[in-house]
Design a protein around this ligand. Structure first.
Ligand code: C2E
Ligand code: CA
Ligand code: CA
Ligand code: CA
Length: 279
C-alpha cells in the first residue's frame, strides 16, 4: 500500500541519515585524534607454528575517543583512508611500532619481526618510501625485520606506480605480505606479478578447518602453493588447539590468533616476551 511504501521510504531515509551522521561524527573526531593522543598501537604475537614461540608482532590500531568511546578499526580505518587522514595516522603507527620493535630486538631477539598494515592511499602517497626509510634509520631497524601487509585493494588500481613502489620496497629489503589471502578475486595473479614474501591466509578460511573438509582442503592447497612459490605462509585467526594441530600437520610456517594471544598494549606484549625469554 501507499502507507507502507511511505513508511519504508521514511525508514530508509532515517537509517541513511543516521549512518551519515555517525560517519561525519567519526570523521570530525578522527581529525583531532592524533593531537588528543587517543590512538594507541596494540601488538598481536606472530608465532612459529613448530614451537609456538613468538617471532614477531602485527601492529593493530586502537582508538578510544572522548565523545564516541571505543571505535573499531573496521569503522575508522576506511574513513581515515577516504579522508587521507591515514597518511599521518599510518606514520604514527610506524613510529610507535618501530620504536617498540627496536627495543625488543635489543632486549630479546635481534631478528624480531614487526608487521604493519598499509592501506591503499598510504601506499600510494609519494612520500611513503622516504618516510619509511627515514624511520628505519632513525630506529636502527634492519629492513628485513619489517613486513608490510597489503591487501588486494592496494594493487587493484593497476597503477604502474604501485609496481614501482613494490619493487623499490623489495630492493630496500622490507618484506611484502599479502593480507586476507583468498578473499579477493585476483590474489593468484598478483602473487605471480609482484615480489611478495609472505601470504596471510584469511581467518575466514581457518575458522572452519576442523569441521569443513572443503575449507581444510583449500587451506592445505594455499600452504602448498605458498611453499611452492617460496613464500612464508601465516594463518590468521587461529582460535583453537584443534585448528593449531591441523596447521602444524600442514606445515604452515606461522600463526596468529586468540589461541596464542589477543592484540595487547605494549606493556602487556613486553610481558609475553619476558615470560618466553626467561630461563
Ligand atoms: P587485519 O589486518 O586482517 O587484522 C587482523 C584482524 O583480526 C584484527 O582485527 C585482529 O584483532 C583480528 N584477530 C586476530 N586474531 C583473531 C582471532 O583469533 N579471531 C578473530 N575472530 N579475530 C582475530 P582488528 O584489530 O579489529 O583490525 C581490523 C582491520 O583493521 C585489520 O584487519 C586491518 O585491515 C585494519 N587495521 C588495523 N590497524 C591498522 C593500521 O594500523 N593501519 C591500517 N591501514 N589498517 C589497520
Ligand atoms: Ca593485517
Ligand atoms: Ca622481497
Ligand atoms: Ca585479515
Amino acid at each position: 500500500s501507499k502507507e507502507l511504501g511511505r513508511n519504508t521510504y521514511n525508514f530508509f531515509t532515517m537509517q541513511m541519515n543516521q549512518d551519515m551522521n555517525r560517519r561525519l561524527q567519526v570523521e570530525e573526531q578522527l581529525r583531532s585524534a592524533l593531537q588528543r593522543q587517543e590512538l594507541e598501537v596494540y601488538f598481536q604475537p606472530l608465532v612459529d607454528i613448530r614451537d609456538r614461540k613468538t617471532i614477531g608482532a602485527e601492529a593493530l590500531l586502537r582508538w578510544d575517543n572522548v565523545k564516541l568511546g571505543k571505535v573499531t578499526p573496521d569503522e575508522f580505518i576506511p574513513i581515515a583512508e577516504q579522508t587521507g587522514l591515514i597518511v599521518p595516522i599510518g606514520r604514527f603507527v610506524m613510529e610507535q611500532a618501530f620504536t617498540a620493535a627496536a627495543q625488543w630486538q635489543k632486549n630479546y631477539q635481534n631478528n624480531f619481526r614487526i608487521a604493519i598494515n598499509v592501506s591503499p592511499k598510504q601506499f600510494r602517497d609519494s612520500a611513503f618510501i622516504e618516510v619509511l626509510t627515514q624511520l628505519l634509520q632513525e630506529h636502527q631497524l634492519a629492513s628485513h625485520c619489517v613486513e608490510l601487509e597489503i591487501t588486494e585493494g592496494v594493487l587493484l588500481s593497476g597503477d604502474p606506480v604501485i609496481a614501482q613502489t613494490l619493487s623499490e620496497l623489495n630492493n630496500i629489503g622490507v618484506s611484502i605480505s599479502m593480507d586476507d589471502f583468498g578473499t579477493g578475486y585476483s590474489s593468484l595473479s598478483y602473487l605471480r606479478s609482484y615480489p611478495f614474501d609472505t601470504v596471510k591466509v584469511d581467518k575466514s578460511f581457518i575458522n572452519d578447518i576442523t569441521v569443513d573438509p572443503g575449507d581444510l582442503e583449500l587451506v592445505g592447497a594455499a600452504i602448498a602453493m605458498g611453499h611452492g612459490l617460496n613464500l612464508n605462509v601465516i594463518a590468521e585467526g587461529v582460535e583453537t588447539e584443534e585448528q593449531y594441530q591441523l596447521l602444524n600437520a600442514l606445515k604452515c610456517n606461522y600463526g596468529q590468533g586468540y589461541l596464542f594471544s589477543r592484540p595487547v598494549p605494549l606493556e602487556e606484549f613486553e610481558q609475553i616476551l619476558q615470560r618466553e625469554h626467561q630461563t
